[in-house]
Design a protein around this ligand. Structure first.
Ligand code: GLV
Length: 331
């Protein structure tokens, strides 16, 4: 048993896998919020009072006001690769280390992106409903026809770790891959993945499948809107497993309703957990509840990494995956 006097005090804002909680409890004094939903803001601040570490989820908003109310806080460890729920600038200003969980979820998220893509193209959700409703009474030549995937053009918007992992899977489908990113992937990666960099408009005009893998930033908010949707082929599909607000949902619903694109598959929404009501009634959109990284193994790895990040900072070590490493240098 470790010496409790020297152990840091942390708050874990939601239930984590048992293994991750065990890891945390061996090295820290843990206050665990066991409730079903996120802690209300005031309660989060109260529970954090005097604690140096927070392990939180994307459903927790860590803003300037919360940071100001918790001057003892030294690390905010998000159990997610995305961290748009955290005011990074405010945390950095206040010397609070922010960490995330990249890498461990890359392949699982890429797998699920393909699940979405295939489900949309081949109308899997509609087909499932068709069978359950007792409508499969005979084999039909012209029922539930979808779009082919093999040999088509995949457009990857945001060519980081996950975008590249998605592109790698396209090799097996013999697809042409276009990508759009602020940074070039370089010749070696482009050759390995048989991917070509292009501007967004060309990608949208030429792709049969457009898949989004950008972080949510001011410049990517509503990147897909009525104007950019208008550049897509009427036979094309949009896949989003990044952040909901990269897509203007009302514009997407309208484009789907009017058949201006063939379909979409979404894992994320502008106002989660709410889904735009117009999307709920459309047959040509597959809707998932933000589960792209939700395999048993990956979720455990994410939680373990988040706990390790938090404890490393509090034990005076460099955390494995800091988002604002400049704060560490200041110490
Ligand atoms: C999930 O959305 C994540 O960012 O990991």
């Amino acid at each position: 048993m470790a010496d409790t006097a020297s152990r840091p005090a942390i708050l874990i804002s939601r239930i984590l896998p048992e293994e991750s909680l065990r890891l945390a409890r061996t090295r820290a004094e843990v206050d665990l919020h066991k409730g079903d939903g996120p802690l209300p803001k005031g309660e989060l601040a109260a529970r954090l009072g005097g604690r140096a570490g927070l392990v939180c989820l994307i459903t927790d908003t860590i803003d300037e006001a919360l940071l100001a109310a918790c001057p003892d806080l030294r690390v905010v460890s998000n159990v997610a690769v995305g961290f748009n729920n955290i005011d990074l600038a405010a945390a950095t200003r206040r010397g609070v280390v922010v960490t995330n969980t990249p890498d461990v979820l890359t392949e699982t998220t890429a797998d699920f992106t393909w699940t979405l893509l295939m489900a949309a193209a081949r109308r899997l959700v509609e087909a499932d409903r068709y069978v359950r409703e007792g409508r499969f009474t005979q084999w039909e030549l012209m029922v539930l026809l979808g779009g082919d995937v093999h040999g088509k053009t995949l457009g990857v918007v945001g060519f980081g770790r996950i975008g590249r992992a998605v592109a790698r899977r396209a090799l097996g489908f013999n697809m042409r891959v276009l990508y759009h990113d602020a940074a070039s992937a370089g010749r070696a990666v482009e050759q390995e993945l048989r991917a070509s960099a292009t501007d967004l408009e060309t990608l949208l005009r030429e792709s049969d499948f457009v898949t989004l893998h950008t972080p949510l930033l001011p410049e990517t908010r509503h990147l897909i809107n009525a104007r950019t949707l208008g550049m897509m082929k009427p036979t094309a599909y949009l896949i989003n497993a990044s952040r909901g607000s990269v897509v203007e949902e009302a514009a997407l619903a309208e484009a789907l309703r009017e058949g201006r694109i063939a379909g979409a598959a979404l894992d994320v929404y502008e106002h989660e957990p709410q889904v735009h009501p117009d999307l709920l009634g459309l047959p040509n959109v597959v809707l998932a509840p933000h589960i792209a990284s939700a395999s048993h193994d990956t979720r455990v790895q994410m939680a373990n990494l988040a706990v390790e990040n938090c404890l490393a900072v509090l034990e005076g070590r460099t955390p494995p995956t800091p988002v604002n490493p400049e704060v560490l240098k200041r110490r």
